[in-house]
Design a binder for this molecule. Structure first.
Ligand SMILES: *Cc1c(COP(=O)(O)O)cnc(C)c1O
Length: 421
């Protein structure tokens, strides 16, 4: 459990006592650790350097957790951002990430978002990661009107199938993401796309929660091949994000280590690109989950028990509107009682939302849990708050940050009725 341990039969997260925190703050809430977040970021950036990658740029995938205070911490460590909307662009800039460290991904960039990005001072974004020919045409047109030059990176659809949940798999023809090689090549000679744009990079991102790196390696080989074929002076190769975490204990032995991941990238790029080209493009990364998932937990309180013959339900005050992964992807997250006691019962931990899928775990062996007891959902720093909603007109929960000195800070207030307009 590492960052979650019992001391005197009470659960601690990164050495802070959860019961004490919950006495001062209303549940449910997300609790993040600056220490874990920092360690995870540094293992990425140091790992890339250790593998000999040139001038690596880590662009934190903002959609995994766009909380401003968390992004500020990453910005101070030197992080860039992978953004997918104008809202995320504004947030990244406010948090102190310079435009030249930002990559703009996504298949549905609007004209308004493109103009916002093109109007930024200085050299502008690191790149627009372009996902269709029509998008390229629009960006070039907007840049022309604004008398700018847009920095373009093509997101290649490498046509590979990673082993992950079908909803978070993105690297095949049937997915809406990326461009096929032939379509990328077909734009290159055509002036109508490039009067106010220049190709500066190529990217891949084949999916999320990847634990098997075979497809990643294949995708990187494709990335290199196509990058060479463009015969353009590209400045960077963007290897995407997607590196998984061990949500389930069964996944721990499969979990790719950061140094293994970096080694695969370094050797594949050397063999398939650097050794064949005069160019020395830098490597860009877009990790989200691996940096922030384990930096957060979700703390809930038991409201009551309900027994329907053999089904024992423990009803908690957090719901699928606060944390959606179990109901959306049938994702497993460990549930850990805050008071240590012997597990004695199989039960279903369910929220208050009027949906059967509002269940954080079925048939979990847990100690007896009474009204008022606390229970945490583990590894909820990524795709937690950011995917939440006001469904059932519930207020969004509190977010708390424990800083390096174990000082607690409210980094997002809970919504109350007056916020629900
Ligand atoms: C979501 C996303 C990421 C981050 O994925 P993780 O699994 O959180 O690392 C990176 N790049 C793009 C284009 C994405 O859409």
């Amino acid at each position: 459990m590492n960052d979650l341990n019992y001391k005197n039969k009470k659960l601690q997260f990164a050495k802070a006592d959860i019961l004490t925190i919950a006495k001062k703050h209303k549940t449910p809430f997300f609790l993040y650790s600056e220490k874990i977040l920092t360690q995870n970021y540094l293992s990425f950036s140091n790992g890339a350097l250790a593998a000999g990658l040139i001038d690596p740029l880590i662009c934190f995938a903002m959609k995994s957790n766009p909380n401003k205070e968390l992004v500020k911490i990453l910005a101070k460590l030197g992080s860039g951002a992978d953004i997918v909307s104008g809202g995320e662009l504004k947030r990244a800039l406010e948090a102190g990430i310079p435009a030249e460290k930002i990559v703009f991904s996504g298949v549905g960039k609007t004209e308004e978002e493109i103009i916002f990005a093109l109007k930024l001072k200085g050299k502008g974004l690191n790149s627009f990661n372009v996902e269709s020919i029509e998008e390229l045409e629009l960006i070039n047109l907007c840049a022309k009107k604004l008398k700018r030059t847009a920095r373009i990176c093509f997101r290649l659809n490498p046509v590979v199938k990673p082993k992950t949940h079908k909803f978070i798999s993105t690297g095949n023809k049937t997915h809406k993401f990326g461009l096929l090689e032939k379509d990328i090549i077909s734009t290159l000679g055509d002036k109508k796309y490039w009067s106010h744009s220049s190709l500066v990079g190529l990217s891949v991102h084949i999916g999320s929660q990847l634990l098997d790196l075979k497809a990643t390696k294949k995708a990187l080989e494709r990335l290199c091949e196509v990058a060479l074929k463009t015969n353009m002076p590209i400045e960077f190769l963007d290897v995407g994000g997607g590196l998984g975490v061990d949500y389930h204990p069964n996944e721990t032995h499969k979990l790719p280590r950061i140094d293994t991941y970096m080694e695969i990238i370094a050797t594949t790029l050397e063999k398939h690109f650097y050794s064949k080209s005069k160019l020395k493009p830098r490597v860009v990364f877009e990790p989200g989950r691996r940096i922030v998932a384990k930096a957060g937990i979700f703390v809930m309180k038991v409201l009551r028990n309900k027994i329907s013959e053999e089904n024992h339900f423990v009803i908690v005050d957090g719901g699928m509107n606060d944390f959606m992964r179990p109901s959306l992807y049938d994702a497993y997250h460990a549930l850990i009682p805050v008071k240590e006691a012997k597990a004695s019962k199989e039960c279903h931990i369910v929220g208050p939302i009027c949906e059967t899928s509002d269940c954080f775990g079925s048939n979990r062996l847990l100690p007896e849990l009474k009204s008022g007891d606390l229970i945490i959902l583990k590894d909820t720093g990524a795709y937690g708050y950011s995917m939440g909603s006001n469904y059932n007109l519930r207020g969004r929960p509190l977010e708390l940050l424990m800083d390096q000195n174990k000082k607690l800070k409210v980094i997002n207030k809970a919504q109350d009725y007056s916020d629900l307009t």
